[in-house]
Design a protein around this ligand. Structure first.
Ligand SMILES: *[C@@H]1O[C@H](CO)[C@@H](O)[C@H](O)[C@H]1NC(C)=O
Ligand SMILES: *[C@@H]1O[C@H](CO)[C@@H](O)[C@H](O)[C@H]1NC(C)=O
Length: 348
């Protein structure tokens, strides 16, 4: 019974997502050229618990949240911007999404709770707009007809999850199927051609995402869920291995030293009303660039490739010392040759 309900919820979630991308009118987009995030090498500083204090020293970018279907400044999410931060530890990439909003929680009802998603470009032709932008219909889209238009999507609905606990991953239910309620890993070619990762073949693809959420007004002793209605900040924290074993272009693959393209979205139950698909906000009306930055580790000190820090300074001092030594050796050689008696040629 419960499983059926969960399945229905998951299906409803997908349908709503699909409906959310019905649009009318011309698409108009002026992305912010400065908008960009950087995942620096920062191993061992964050715990995947939804809390943001361990992210305090990590720089993020503040994105205005505008309606995905009509990115008009006048219709911005009124409680503030979404801060997105990222880092990696050489094996996994981590994300922190922070956004202000009243603490609303309605157990079991995903549409009366906020919900977030991350989307990444997989195929080279995949556009942000229309979630990949493949022109095929649900009857004709497949791995051949939409090749190159794949996007990777992680969606987290918190209605069935407890703050601070870990969700996602490939949890398998009693039927041996992936239990995909709450935090799901999907791929799509367009809003009408989307699937759960691993649908049809669990042996070669899976849910590689894990995540947790928190709200600044949530009080842990209050019961698992706490009371609703107080102003504060939501935190959504996620991680995924940089690389996955996906064979079917369902996952973005991240490479240290390279850039990826992503977007982030928020669904919010405004004024206590359940959110509906068209009322979701995104951080930009086009892909946002994410740099996965190379790093290094020297004893007691972690650095990233982009900053001038102790290891760089040490290398500089070493090279100055080396230069000084070579000048001194050169001077010694020159002064030594001077002591060799000069024998004029005409005396020979
Ligand atoms: C993919 O879709 C195209 C167009 O409908 C069809 O011709 C082709 O046979 C399909 N390929 C597979 C592998 O299903
Ligand atoms: C699932 O993947 C395995 C390994 O690649 C393959 O042998 C099998 O035929 C696939 N099954 C389906 C239903 O696609």
């Amino acid at each position: 019974m419960r499983r059926l309900l969960l399945l229905q919820l998951a299906t409803a979630c997908l349908l709503v997502l699909a409906a959310s991308h019905e649009e009318s009118g011309d698409w108009h987009c002026e992305p912010d050229d400065e908008a960009r995030i950087s995942a620096q090498f920062n191993p061992g500083i964050v715990t995947l618990d939804g809390r943001a204090d361990d992210w305090a020293d990590v720089d993020g970018f503040e994105f205005p949240l505008r309606p995905a279907l009509d990115p008009d400044e006048d219709n911005e999410y009124k409680d503030g911007k979404m801060t997105v931060k990222a880092l990696h530890d050489g094996a996994d990439v981590y994300f922190m999404l922070q956004v202000d909003g009243d603490y609303v929680y309605s157990k079991g009802d995903d549409h009366k709770c906020p919900s977030v998603a991350l989307m990444f470009q997989v195929g080279e032709s995949a556009t942000y707009h229309n979630m990949g932008g493949c022109k095929e219909s649900p009857d004709t889209c497949n791995h051949t007809s939409c090749r190159g238009y794949e996007v990777d999507i992680m969606h987290f609905s918190i209605g069935n999850s407890i703050p601070g606990r870990l969700y996602g991953g490939s949890s398998i239910n009693e039927e041996g199927k992936e239990d995909s309620v709450g935090l799901v890993d999907m791929f799509s070619w367009n809003p009408h051609c989307r699937n759960m990762d691993g649908s049809g073949n669990n042996s070669i693809s899976q849910n590689d995402w894990k995540g947790a959420w928190w709200h600044s007004r949530y009080i842990e002793v209050d019961s698992p869920y706490g009371s609703s209605g107080q102003k504060g900040t939501y935190y959504f924290e996620f991680s995924r291995p940089l690389r996955t074993k996906d064979l079917l272009q369902q996952d973005a693959q991240f490479t240290i030293g390279q850039t990826s393209k992503f977007s982030a979205a928020l669904w919010y139950p405004a004024d206590g009303n359940p959110w509906h698909g068209s009322a979701h906000y995104t951080v930009s009306c086009d892909w946002v660039v994410m740099d996965v930055v190379r790093g290094y580790y020297t004893q007691g000190k972690v650095g990233s490739g982009s900053s001038w820090d102790a290891a760089n300074a040490f290398a500089f001092v070493l090279s100055v010392v080396a230069l000084a030594v070579s000048i001194f050796v050169g001077y010694l050689l020159v002064s030594k040759t001077k002591t060799i008696p000069f024998t004029p040629i005409d005396r020979l």
